[in-house]
Design a protein around this ligand. Structure first.
Ligand SMILES: [Fe+2]
Ligand SMILES: [Fe+2]
Length: 411
């Protein structure tokens, strides 16, 4: 009674419980993967790690962290690599997916020749990294569905030297991963639900494709990450902001479900009345988030409402976020500068850039130089100049996102 002694084992379990709860509060699949990998690495003192998610019969490379090669919260093109590994015994992750058993390797370069899998050295050769110890764990959700595989690399001792993974790591991390897998599945479902909502808007406006909204969501998350790092926000706050912004930005044009095909698909120029109707997609979209129960709802409302406002003034609809439910009157409160909520200022740059860099029925995609030139020219009038500056700064990441979410041809 009253004994407040906690053993190291109890501590590990408490950490797992607390972290599982934090994971359960996240919504977007990328933020969930980031958190799970970060905490698993912390529990095992691993230098690096990646997560692969199952898609059909392959493992899709989905997330990476590496303390030696990449720095903390800064924007990182490596996150958007696109490659798949078959679920087969030839690779380490494939083997773990197939057998559904965790696998510990003390030195990837000293594998027994009788094992069915081999270590793929290409990443080490390209990056100059030296992989030694590995702990590879299947991610299994409810009803024994395999969601993916997590691979932790190079456990470190107190001196920073690579050592084999400890027995504690081998015991506790699979335990944590069982909880985490359920969160990953939920994150995937959230993303898919939003993509389905956007497919409805896409039926109206064919330029709002799934790939477009995924790109805009990812651009916004990366811009926000850099914006918030500049202001020295905590890693936790940055993750939460990115998590919400990514999903909210995907919904920027959801209000287009309310506009008729005759207007949205009209060839040629719109008359004044038709254009006034198009502009209503901002207010109609914002009103979908009437019952604001979360930060995500608030951000989704601000973005839907204000993504066509201009930094120097003169955008639309000119309705303050507080007046969304008042009337259909546009232009009652002209917005400019920082009256426009930050998420909307970020989304304006991301959305316009993506339209410039994508093909349209009347134009080919513009080359990078031309797109950046237009953003630059309109910084201060249409766009928040700091957001344009950040966009430039992280342009290699922007390009990696574009490569990852390419348009898939319609069946
Ligand atoms: Fe829009
Ligand atoms: Fe858009």
């Amino acid at each position: 009674m009253g004994d407040d002694y906690t053993s190291p084992q109890d501590n590990a379990i408490l950490t797992i419980l607390r972290t599982s709860e934090e994971v359960n509060n996240l919504k977007d699949v990328d933020t969930i993967l980031d958190k799970i990998l970060f905490e698993s690495r912390r529990l095992s003192n691993a230098d690096a790690g990646s997560i692969f998610l199952v898609e059909k019969n392959s493992l899709i490379f989905s997330y990476v962290q590496n303390d030696t090669l990449f720095k903390g919260e800064s924007a990182n093109a490596a996150l958007y690599q696109n490659f798949a590994i078959p679920i087969s015994e030839q690779s380490i992750v494939g083997y773990v997916a197939k057998t559904r058993q965790a696998l510990t390797i003390d030195d990837a370069y000293e594998l027994d020749a009788t094992l069915p899998f081999s270590f793929n050295k290409s990443f080490d050769e390209k990056s100059g990294y030296r992989t030694t110890s590995m702990l590879t764990i299947p991610l299994i959700a409810q009803e024994s569905r395999l969601v993916g595989v997590m691979q932790l690399i190079n456990a470190k001792n107190d001196m920073g030297k690579s050592v084999p993974f400890s027995d504690e790591a081998k015991t506790y991390i699979p335990l944590f991963c069982n909880n985490a897998s359920v969160a990953i599945e939920r994150g995937i479902m959230n993303r898919e639900l939003i993509l389905r909502m956007m497919q409805m808007a896409e039926l109206r406006d064919p330029t709002e494709t799934g790939a477009h909204v995924q790109r805009v969501g990812a651009f916004c998350a990366e811009i926000y990450g850099t914006w918030a790092s500049r202001r020295k926000y905590s890693a936790k706050d940055i993750k939460r902001g990115r998590d919400n912004l990514r999903l909210a930005a995907m919904l920027h044009d959801v209000g287009k479900v309310g506009i008729s095909d005759t207007i949205l698909k009209k060839p040629g120029k719109l008359n004044d009345e038709e254009f006034a109707t198009i502009k209503m997609h901002t207010l109609w979209g914002a009103r979908l988030f009437k019952n604001q129960t979360s930060e995500l709802d608030r951000m989704s409302m601000e973005i839907a409402l204000c993504h066509h406002e201009k930094f120097g003034g003169g955008g639309y609809p000119g309705v303050a976020p507080a007046d969304v439910w008042k009337s259909d009157e546009q232009g009652t409160t002209p917005l400019s500068g920082e009256d426009i909520p930050l998420p909307a200022r970020i989304c304006a740059v991301a959305d316009v850039y993506d339209a410039l860099a994508s093909p349209r029925s009347y134009k080919d995609p513009f080359p990078d130089e031309k797109c950046l030139g237009i953003l630059e020219k309109d910084a201060g009038t249409h766009f928040d100049p700091e957001i344009v500056e950040i966009f430039h700064e992280i342009f290699d990441v922007i390009k990696a996102i574009r490569d990852k979410y390419k348009e898939t041809p319609k069946e």
